[in-house]
Write a protein that binds this ligand. Sequence first.
Ligand code: URA
Length: 239
Amino acid sequence: MNTRRLNYLKAMDIDVWMRRDRPEPGFGAAVADSGSPVLPIQDQPDPLATTSWDQLAEMVRHCTRCDLHSSRKQTVFGTGNLRAEWMIIGEAPGADEDTQGEPFVGRAGQLLNSILQAMGFPREQVYIANVLKCRPPGNRDPKPDEAACCAPYLARQIELVNPRMILCLGRIAAQNLLNTETPIGKLRGQLHHLGEKQRPVVVTYHPAYLLRSPGEKRKVWQDLQFALAAYAQTRPRSA
Ligand code: URA
């Protein structure tokens, strides 16, 4: 931690105990001034760990954690099968999503639907969410603090869906989810593992990029074949 984890906890209004003689949150156990041990930050409980789908959706609907709440028409939570085996993660709502309150309903969404069909999945069979739940004005890239404020929501969605495979669309989604600055070209073609549960993640290009660069569709198709093969190696979930 990692500053990212600290931001996450701060965004959730969780107090973090740190030694005053340590300017940065460190690794290993922090010790309270009284000398009594407290949990290392990375082991502190997830603030949303017991949040239900309904509670989470309500929290997101009323969220004012970052400035994006003042420019949004509405939040865009996520859509699809709440127990999907495949979870699709994009960047942030655009104008169409901001209007309709559902992820990937614009032109990029139409292409995503075709991609999913090509994989053999109707849209309703997967769960689709974004890193950000509010539209950045003018479709600019999400700022790091905006992504940090929203991260606990996405983390809880992933926990609740408990997917066997996560398909991450585009550089912004991939870098935020995997907490890396590695370029997307290098993130493609590898199986990544997310968090303690080591959830498999495959990265591919964003459908909006494919609309601008249709010649890259072949690479996306390769990524999907890779993801399907990796999925076939995952263990089925217990009922
Ligand atoms: N692009 C995204 O990343 N997400 C959406 O919901 C729409 C467009």
